[in-house]
Write a protein that binds this ligand. Structure first.
Ligand SMILES: Cc1ncc(COP(=O)(O)O)c(C=O)c1O
Length: 439
């Protein structure tokens, strides 16, 4: 059932955020920064966050009854749109049977089967509760498997907030130093080596110089510094190098997994990871993530192997049912449709900005896209211009005031869903037109 507010066209009480502002003041008293995850505080774009009352399909409504066409989608998971009837039904039915048992359930095997079927490189999976847990555990597994300590990541890529990965991180940390967070011991940060994204030569040079590298962890399409796709041949070369030097290749598909294609980014670029991390879409908006790979590596995990990793709520029945229900709605054809939606959006936004003589570039893969306010789309973190960041914040607020909610940071990608229909797109383009005029 679609709530009444979502059945109407997007409705505005333009520029009024009174209830959200009041709620934020109280939240700031009780929670650091008033939020439970930093980017939500709007520090990247200035201003105060809107508080969300509910959502349906591609529309999200705040506590002042402003409605927005949502291109954040809970930072990626809501690929079907919000409150999809099939997901709601599955979770509700499951809920009546109890919320957590700390013992195996059949649905966990079903979800594992779905993930293994979709991904050639994944023979076994372990379910966890967040992307952070997936990447952190994947790194421990790679270290346990190889007996080596060093890890490599790319500048501007974000892999969650485990200590080892808070080095030159993207997303909410894109403006930070090294390590990106206080509280990360230098001794731990030193084990993390950083190279530019889209630079396979840097990878090979670093591995040649260092005998102690356990793994290279990589976002196949960077999504935490805006959407930056891999250049032609980059992932193939990365795979070759990791194989040649016996370095475990961890492809972090927490964002891209089951979002950009049926078989994720690995299908698009024809590359196979040793370990793959999933999150976001596979949990359908519930706390669920996973990591998986070849049996030979996964068998190192306890209880069969000696790499320990566990969780009271791992494979939680509600989260698993939301994930399975979401993936059931995503056959191969769904990704063609999603890609078409994103292509239309990016093309029309670009037309409007060009019409207004606004320097920009765009990137897009499947259900992810970005608009950069610079002539050439960046290929790595260093190429993101300060001008883009400043202009993006203005663009964000103009869109917000006109009923379109894009990522509240220049360093984040935007997402599309299957619920973004032609009407939503037309309303989006009207808002972009208004924003472009004022820019
Ligand atoms: C590529 C990638 N890896 C890992 C994470 C961490 O996931 P979570 O926020 O669920 O801990 C994120 C979060 O945005 C991500 O984009």
């Amino acid at each position: 059932m679609i709530p009444e507010f979502a059945q109407q066209n997007v409705k505005r009480t333009k520029g009024r955020y009174d209830v959200s502002n009041q709620l934020f003041s109280r939240a700031e008293e009780l929670m650091p920064g008033g939020v439970n995850s930093p980017v939500r505080a709007f520090n990247g774009v200035g201003g105060k966050p809107v508080f969300i009352a509910g959502a349906s399909g591609a529309i999200i409504q705040d506590m002042d009854e402003n409605q927005y066409i949502d291109y954040v989608l809970s930072w990626g998971p809501m690929i079907l749109g919000h409150a999809h009837p099939h997901v709601i039904k599955s979770v509700t039915e499951r809920l009546a049977l109890g919320t957590s048992f700390g013992a195996p359930t059949d649905m966990e095997t079903y979800l594992a089967d779905i993930l293994c079927t979709r991904h050639k490189s994944v023979e076994q999976v372990r379910l966890v509760n967040s992307g952070t847990e997936a990447t952190m555990s994947a790194i421990r597994l790679a270290r346990g498997f190889t007996g080596k300590k060093g890890i490599i990541k790319c500048d501007g890529c974000y892999h969650g907030h485990a200590d080892s990965l808070l080095v030159s991180a993207g997303s909410g940390l894109a403006t930070g130093g090294n390590p990106s967070s206080a509280g990360v011991p230098e001794e731990i940060a030193k084990l993390t080596h950083v190279i530019p994204f889209n630079d396979s030569e840097a990878l090979e040079t670093l591995i040649k110089e260092n005998q102690d590298i356990a793994c290279f962890i990589l976002e196949p399409i960077a999504g935490n510094m805006g959407c930056i796709p891999p250049q032609n041949g980059y992932l193939t070369k990365v795979r070759e190098i990791c194989t040649k030097y016996n370095v475990v290749l961890i492809i972090d598909e927490v964002m891209t997994g089951c979002r950009v294609a049926y078989g994720s980014a690995q299908e698009i670029y024809n590359v196979e990871a040793d370990i793959t991390c999933f999150g976001k879409v596979i949990g359908g908006g519930m706390p669920l993530a996973a990591y998986g790979g070849k049996k030979e590596i996964m068998q190192k995990l306890a209880p069969v192997g000696d790499v320990y990793q566990a969780g009271t709520l791992s494979g939680n029945p509600l989260a698993v049912s939301a994930g399975c229900a979401t993936l059931e709605m995503l056959p191969k054809e769904a990704y063609t449709k999603l890609n078409d939606i994103s292509v239309t959006i990016v093309k029309e936004i670009s037309n409007i900005l060009t019409h207004h003589n606004i320097v920009h570039s765009t990137t897009q893969v499947g259900g992810m896209f970005s608009v950069f306010f610079q002539e050439n789309a960046p290929k790595n973190f260093q190429e993101i211009s300060k001008l883009h960041v400043a202009k993006y914040s203005k663009f964000f607020h103009k869109l917000l005031d006109n009923g379109v909610y894009i990522a509240p940071s220049a360093y984040e990608t935007c997402f599309t869903s299957l619920a973004h229909d032609a009407d939503m797109l037309n309303l989006t383009f009207k808002a972009v037109e208004l924003a472009a005029k004022e820019l």
